[in-house]
Design a protein around this ligand. Sequence first.
Ligand code: PEP
Ligand code: MN
Length: 341
Amino acid sequence: MVVILKQNADKKQLDNLVNWLGSQEIKVQATVGVHTTILGLVGDTSKIDIDMIQSLPIVETVKRIQEPYKNSNRKFHPLDSIIDVRGQKVGEGMFHVMAGPCSIEGEDQIINIAKAVKSSGASMLRGGAFKPRTSPYAFQGLRGEGLELMKKAREATGLPIVTEIMSASHLELFEDVDLIQVGARDMQNFELLKELGHCKKPILLKRGLANTIEELLMSAEYIMAGGNPNVILCERGIRTFETATRNTLDISAIPYLKEKSHLPIIVDPSHASGVSWLVNPLAMAAIAAGADGLMIEVHNNPPKALSDGAQSLTPAQFDETMKSIKGLVAYMGKSMGKVEQ
Ligand code: PEP
Ligand code: MN
């Protein structure tokens, strides 16, 4: 962090600042020029409140040189993290496809979809039980019953299950969930993130609708700072001025996150596009950009789906997509995750 002082900065206030930084284990290297004095802050500045420094009367500007996230930062953890999800390794060389309906709608539906996506090569089953819907009148999910049906589908197929949590008060219900999803709308639900930091469950953290990459990593930091290192990031498209698609898939976020962080990154082309025929090309682009896996919505009867039918693939379309991605996954030097049973 670099602090540029105002001209004729009060000496006493400057001493106070330097002493306080010293108490935070930050060393200060001052460069005194004719008109300007620059303070170079050396040490772990991730816990220093930049706004507080900026608000001091003696300070002209402050610039952060080091990223404010530490646990998720590749600088402090150069090797890729590998996250274990019920025996499946996510990250470093493995490529996982999490597939299933937007919402769990019933026992036959989820079990049949689970069997179909597994036979096409998916290695995890996704399905929403608690659904974040824009309208309170829209289908809200089967909630606790949905979680039980997911477990039945896991029993039938061996696929680890991924499902979204919306409230920390539901954590007990999620005890037997293999990968807990934090949805885009909850990426900055900090109390939820803190609670998830206190468990050891793997967490799939989706990027918020209008959040920066740094904000995504700061949310990962909330979970990791609490003692849970098992975070998988998910790029699912962000809101832009473009209206042709539901969201805009930020492809550059994939290599950028790989550079800045050691955490695995999954891409969700279904929510990114909002239209089923775009899922395949976006999935290919995500793989080419270095993603560690995909999350794809699959429904037995998309026009009748209770949520997100327009972006859902039929099992047959999903099968085609899986066939088309395998060569590219191998070309990228990755192996498809697989579940035996
Ligand atoms: C979902 O995965 O069904 C979902 C609601 O996703 P997102 O939080 O990315 O909108
Ligand atoms: Mn959905």
